[in-house]
Design a protein around this ligand. Sequence first.
Ligand code: NAD
Ligand code: DAU
Length: 329
Amino acid sequence: MRVLVTGGAGFIGSHFVKRLAGAGAEVVVLDKLTYAGNPANLEGVDAELVVGDIADVTAVERAAAGCDAIVNFAAETHVDRSILTPQEFVHTDVLGTMTLLEWARAHDVRYVQVSTDEVYGDLEPGRRAAEDDPLRPSSPYSAAKAGGDLQVLAYVRTYGVRASITRGANTYGANQYPEKLIPLFVTNALDGEPLPVYGDGKQVREWLHAEDHCAAVELVLHEGRPGEVYNVGGEDFENLEVTNRILELTGADPGLVRHVEDRAGHDRRYAVDDTKLRELGWVPSHSFGETGLPSTVDWYRDHRAWWEPIKSGSYRAYYDAQYGERLKA
Ligand code: NAD
Ligand code: DAU
């Protein structure tokens, strides 16, 4: 099988490329190499890298030629950045998705859209979102992802494109750009820098290891039904609990924790029902507390050469815009 993996130089996409290439598939990566894309994530991996934008028809044609399937990981993915600069999220997450769908339609190739549990918006305690729940996105990021999902479903119904959608929970593991909660807090803790907890820190997220997320996407690629959506869940923890575990695992000073001004429109809780995916045969292999988080912290401790260069330059400008005033207050 020859598979086009978009966003394959990013965090989850690079785990997926390693998984497919390791199993003998021919893999082509189309990636714009934004701040989040890093060719080092694919070092030593047998995959062809085409640098380009998924919203650019010519780049898509070049990368997708001869492929039997497209798995779309490419996206602008960080909620905080979507609050600062919303427009580019629509470009990639909606228009880019549609450009890929047009190719899938014209060449009748299998298509998997990697989406997110954030499209359901936040859920009151005790409730878990099922795949047919209404979409109630809260941030410019999740609204753009929901727009992409709706286009996928429209292309299935209108043009018969063989597309499925996965909606994954908060994902963690090696090679995650240090802007999201876990890699930011782990690397800050290792450097003795503050850990900026938004608001009271009692927001709940479900944590899913990148390898388990990729196993789910691969299963849906092969066994998922066109037109169907599959939730991919994780283990729920409050942010403060995740923060405390990071402090324990890094041995950092608990005094580094700083409660700062909350994220605008911050979703309180995500939770999905992933029975449908489990019925397809998916069983996660990582336990957050026992293997997942400890091995992730070890990875960042052992790979300073990967993240130290990232945490300078344009990252610094973003960090100052996002946290400068908050940390001073
Ligand atoms: P990431 O930010 O680490 O990587 C995104 C990749 O997409 C980068 O390599 C970037 O260069 C590339 N990209 C961005 N815009 C592009 C464009 N216009 N054309 C081509 N490439 C482009 O993202 P991630 O965390 O690995 O997320 C991958 C996918 O999984 C996204 O679709 C995201 O919405 C979804 N998802 C992420 C999580 C999570 O917790 N990280 C959870 C659920 C779903
Ligand atoms: O749920 C899936 C989604 O998970 C993905 O679709 C997104 O691409 C991914 O970024 C992630 O979104 P979140 O907004 O949930 O992840 P983030 O790591 O940014 O934040 C996790 C929680 O931690 C959230 O409640 C906000 C909080 N937080 C985050 C940062 C970066 C803090 O308290 N302080 C921080 O500095």
